[in-house]
Design a protein around this ligand. Structure first.
Ligand code: AHR
Length: 610
């Protein structure tokens, strides 16, 4: 393995490795949105009584629940949950319970915040909010102030103690205390969250921590098919996702088959990127939906204006209308958006409208208003020259990705840059939404090629990022989670090995005398640290001499970390650490040293040069 540290062939990009987050597999609704309560606005499936909710009675008490639209909280949220208390039960409460997203995670020594709108009839007094086990064990409880006949928002903090439930079969309960016989209670926009990540107020900590630990440079948000929707009515209509939660109507996420409250709206998507130290790469709806609808040319202008308004929301000054709305939503500073993407996978539009008029109309308007922005096309176009073209690669054969380690070598250096906005092995299996080590090794081979060709590939994001292990629509994802915990797949660890070990300069590196399926990439940081990634997809360990040329001094020790194991092994929610990289350990380095790269492995080796 030869390395030359005296020169570089390309500079890596701040955006080299990133994430795409759209609402698929409950990535956001029930995932990154930390709200424990499912169907918090009572609209899911238009069910009566609202789904995920049930009446709670005890001691012979009676009560029933229903969907009630006769006392709207707001125009956007007219659907309320109504509890009619019959008899309170021998000194016990009557209430409603929510079973969350496939359970409710309750942690020890944690303070949860509950906020919701409520009104009552034939009862004025406090409501009791609690986190309870299926057996009725109360882990935390608190009472609101007195209710009245008017809608009011209530906020209480619920602190758990040392005891924590054994599983996620818990529920959130809101109840009318004893003495409420004959009362009615209406509830809407119910949120119960543990402490959240950063300052956004919505983001689930363990998921954000995992994604941030890969040191992403960008987040491509909000999709993906989710951006498009099946129809114009069900696209990501960003203006309906900002402002107070109670004024957001939500929408049927018919790209992936569940209700989205849009409580995690545009600001939250931008926050995800910013709060993990990355820049948002903002995907704009471009007049094409998954059912094949294309907005005609003479009707497209309002959608172009919508995209300009969206960019203004993200980066406009606070004296612009949408910049002011962003400030009202709690984020006065503009987000650091440098790239916007026009649409998603418009190669599926067979009418030619993308190249014909949709891309040009968006491109011209964006460049005129925001000349500093780089515009990404979702497929090659001829009518304009995009700054970047987005390419997507899915394959269930790891060897296909291994072979792509040289894919970008023949690309033009003078054309648009490439964003690999989605790629992943799709070798998932039923019951487990994450893939195998062999899949991750294939992806790692592809990543060495993308890194060696960083002058062409400005960024890449594995897709999808997140999946609820109880309800996923895509077979193979980066991180699996349930209501309580989460785990990284082997692919996740590969992302981290590359993301957290990246220098600024791409060094010439080559492997000779080894199986051609092995691949290598090397980068050097400004501080002289050299990062070498070696991917061995074969079933044989390979020992090779590393020869480092072009340095006046080379450290005599460095570090090595290796991801290896059974190529068919996966991680899971119950066995999260089956495949994990070894902790970095010290190794001897120098101008020449020998290293063995195990069968089925990804290795990151570091040392320093001057
Ligand atoms: O990543 C899953 C889906 O794959 C995306 O929503 C879409 O862009 C692609 O087809």
């Amino acid at each position: 393995l030869s390395l030359d540290v005296s020169r570089y062939t390309a500079q890596t990009n701040p955006t080299q490795w990133g994430h795409i987050v759209e609402d698929i597999n409950h990535s956001v609704e029930g995932g990154l949105d930390a709200n424990l309560v499912r169907n918090s606005t009572m609209k899911e499936g238009a069910a009566d009584p609202p789904s995920s909710w049930s009446a709670v009675t005890g001691g012979g008490g009676t009560g029933s629940i229903a969907l009630d639209t006769s006392v709207p909280l707001t125009a956007a949220n007219p659907d309320a949950l109504r509890l009619d208390v019959g008899q309170d039960g021998a000194g016990q409460r009557v209430g409603v319970a929510n079973t969350g997203f496939y359970g409710v995670g309750v942690a020890a020594d944690t303070t949860y915040t509950a906020t919701f709108f409520a009104r009552t009839a034939r009862y004025t007094g406090p409501l009791r909010v609690s986190l309870e086990g299926a057996d009725g064990t109360v882990y935390a409880a608190a009472s609101t102030g007195a209710t009245s006949g008017d809608w009011r928002q209530y906020t209480v903090n619920l602190s758990t103690g040392r005891r924590k439930p054994a599983d996620t079969s818990n529920r959130v309960v809101i109840s009318v205390p004893a003495g409420g016989s004959g009362a009615s209670l209406w509830l809407d926009v119910v949120r119960v969250t543990p402490p959240t990540y950063g300052t956004s107020g919505e983001l689930r900590s363990d998921l954000m921590q995992k994604l941030a630990a890969t040191r992403p440079g960008f987040w491509r948000v909000p999709g993906g098919n989710y951006l498009e929707g099946q129809t114009l009515a069900t696209r990501f209509d960003w203006k309906k996702t900002v402002g107070p939660y109670e004024d957001r109507p939500g929408h049927q996420n018919d790209a992936w088959g569940y209700w989205s409250t849009d409580q995690a709206g545009l600001r939250t998507y931008l926050d995800m990127a910013e709060q993990s130290g990355a820049e948002p790469l903002l995907a704009l709806f471009a007049g094409y939906t998954l059912d094949g609808t294309t907005v005609p040319q003479d009707e497209l202008q309002p959608y172009v204006q919508d995209a300009l308004d969206e960019i203004q929301y993200a980066i406009g000054a606070t004296d612009t209308p949408w910049g002011a709305q962003r400030a009202k939503d709690g984020h006065p500073a503009p987000y650091d958006v440098r790239y916007v993407e026009v649409g998603n996978e418009d190669f599926f539009d067979r009418t030619g409208s993308y190249d014909g008029y949709r891309f040009p109309m968006f491109y011209d308007a964006i460049k005129a208003a925001y000349p500093q922005l780089q515009v990404v096309a979702t497929t090659p176009v001829t009518t304009r020259t995009p700054d970047v073209v987005d390419e997507h690669y899915y394959n269930n054969d790891p060897a296909a990705f291994t072979a792509m380690a040289h894919h970008y070598e023949g690309y033009s250096r003078s054309g648009p840059k490439v964003l690999v906005g989605e790629y992943a092995i799709t070798n998932g299996t039923s019951g487990n939404p994450t893939g195998t080590l062999s899949g991750a090794i294939g992806e790692a081979g592809f990543m060495t090629g993308m890194l060696r060709n960083a002058d062409v590939v400005m960024g890449a994001s594995y897709a999808p990022a997140l999946a609820d292990v109880h309800d996923f629509q895509w077979p193979t994802n980066l991180v699996g989670f349930d209501a309580a915990t989460s785990y990284g797949s082997p692919s996740y660890w590969v992302q981290q090995m590359f993301g957290a070990n990246k220098g600024r300069y791409v060094l010439p590196a080559s492997l000779t005398g080894t199986d051609p399926s092995l691949s290598v990439s090397a980068t050097r940081g400004d501080d002289g640290t050299v990062y070498v990634h070696v991917v061995n997809p074969t079933t044989t360990a390979v020992t090779t001499q590393l020869r480092v040329a072009g340095a006046s001094a080379i450290s005599t020790s460095g570090t090595v970390s290796t991801l290896t194991g059974d190529p068919d092994a996966r991680n899971s929610i119950t066995a999260p650490n089956t495949v994990r990289p070894t902790a970095a350990r010290s190794v001897t380095t120098g101008a020449r040293f020998s290293r063995t790269f195990p069968a089925s492995s990804v290795t990151v080796l570091t040392f320093s040069v001057s």
